[in-house]
Design a protein around this ligand. Structure first.
Ligand SMILES: [Zn+2]
Length: 227
């Protein structure tokens, strides 16, 4: 495996090529590297990175890759990418793919896609896992961004519905009440009228029946008196 001078060089986390440590972009694939520090600035990471790419024992290189991944820092992406591309041992490359997936940086999409064509099925499988993690991260971020807005909209929506219902109640409330009072009044008036009509009817019948009777009684008494 070719050696990297971490004091003067850095590795592009997207294409895995060596570039000048002072460059803020990759001259091969064009990605912006200003957000990712070169590993050469950090003593501990640099020593482990050197072990990860140069130790003769694959199990030590694998251990070093595992440790670099544990740091959970973007600056280890370059060296992990380099190892995934260049390490002769499939277990070490598999470990690199695993750690790259765990860091789920969008730049890693390129190198993980490339690793889908690795000669080792173990590495190809891990590359699939890594791409899956990347996609899940993007999804989770979208949901994180979307939720407060959606929640806000939902709250606004509920507010509007509540206000509408309130307005309708105020509109309908007095109207209904007025209508009810009116109807009740009409009912009472009708009842009164009906009672009055009934009274007049029976009164007239009474008068019609009683008056002739009185007249007849009166006339009969008068006749008796005359006799
Ligand atoms: Zn690049």
């Amino acid at each position: 495996m070719a050696l990297v001078d971490f004091n003067t060089q850095r590795i592009c986390p997207s294409c895995g090529k060596l570039i000048n440590i002072k460059h803020n972009f990759c001259k091969y694939c064009g990605v912006d590297l200003s957000e990712i520090k070169p590993i050469g600035m950090d003593d501990i990471s640099r020593e482990i990175a050197i072990t990860a790419i140069s130790d003769p024992d694959p199990s030590i290189r694998k251990e070093a890759v595992d440790t670099l991944g544990d740091f959970k820092e973007k600056k280890v992406l370059g060296v992990l990418t380099w190892i995934l591309l260049n390490d002769p041992n499939e277990e070490v490359r598999k470990e690199a793919a695993d750690e790259i997936g765990d860091l789920h940086h969008p730049y890693s999409k390129n190198i993980l896609s490339f690793a889908l064509k690795d000669q080792s099925p173990k590495v190809r499988k891990e590359a699939i896992e890594g791409l899956k993690k990347l996609k899940e991260k993007v999804k989770a971020e979208k949901m994180d961004k979307g939720q407060p807005e959606e929640r806000g909209e939902a709250i606004e929506g509920l507010k509007k519905v509540k206000e509408k219902v309130k307005a309708e109640k105020m509109d309908k409330g007095p109207k209904k009440l007025k209508e009810k009072v009116k109807a009740e009044k009409m009912d009472k008036d009708n009842q009164k009228k009906e009672k009055k009509n009934n009274f007049n009817f029976y009164y007239q019948i009474g008068v019609a029946i009683i008056s002739p009777s009185f007249t007849m009684i009166y006339l009969s008494s008068y006749r008796l008196y005359l006799k």
